[in-house]
Design a protein around this ligand. Sequence first.
Ligand SMILES: *Cc1c(COP(=O)(O)O)cnc(C)c1O
Length: 354
Amino acid sequence: MNEFNLNKIIRPNIQKLKAYSSARDEFKGEAEVYLDANENPYGTLNRYPDPQQIKIKELLSEIKSVDKNQIFIGNGSDEIIDLAFRIFCEPGKDKALTFIPSYGMYSVSAAINDVSLIELPLTEDFQIDINSLETYLGDENLKLIFICSPNNPTGNCFEDKVIQYILRKFKGIVIIDEAYIDFSTKESYISLLSNYPNLIISQTFSKAWGLAGVRVGVAYADSKIIEVYNKVKPPYNISTLNQEVILNKLNNLAQFEIEKNIIIDQKEKLEKQLQEIELVKKIYPSEANFLLIEVSNANEVYNQLVNQKIITRNRSNLVNNCLRITIGSEIENKRLLRALQFIDVASSNVESSF
Ligand SMILES: *Cc1c(COP(=O)(O)O)cnc(C)c1O
């Protein structure tokens, strides 16, 4: 049994913290005259937004089958990641851990918060090496483990038995970043929330939901963790405009499903067509909306695509000679394929022939 004790791992200053109580926190409900928040009485966006984003949480609670108090809405996943460091990690003392290659924000956020990040390499087939992790699990100063599944940029999910082993064994917080879960054949870990009081699941409206410009991410966790998140967040972290856009989207799930399925369909098509292209050496299986492909000379292929005004993500510093290609519209994907066909394989081989 996991002897997880939330109070033991929250920073003492955060435990002592009394949350700012806004005008909209103190009076809830409907009134006729609002003279409590020094707002301007004129205009349409003159009022402060709902600090608790109740309407969004009510819809998400139904859609995801969780309680409203197990939901936190953040200014992108970035805010969810940053708050985790600020709530649990004493700067200059505590540590966090993640696996590489993975999402770059964990290390940036760790550095901003002066927390040292242990980066364990994934195995050859991009899985977690449980033996190398084992020695760290007992470290008193290790507070956070980030698991990105499906993983960016490798595209695969991690083995469920390994993830659940970590959740059982580790006495700190495990954050599963599910930014790409909507594209995946695997289930979200939301259904296991009640089993693991140390689990935070991070999702986002930036990928499958098509709202990267809106900056909204969602954390699902035990209500005691969510309480602390609410205490630490800026009072009005999600604007009225953003709340409205999210509500519209959540009220039109059929459209969401259609768009998502088009992208998944396009991914399968693109994968088949890429297999026909000579300079593509390998296509990694993907549970996300991108494909990681190995080419003979990633820098050269990347530059030649840039010359044709097509931007991919050069990941060759993380995975040798690999490009990460986001699934675009049908027209965009066709343009990519045509561009790749025009790249001179001979010249893209130059470096590897040395
Ligand atoms: C894109 C992405 C996110 C999304 O971040 P937002 O701040 O919500 O836009 C989160 N995690 C991973 C691994 C991603 O690739």
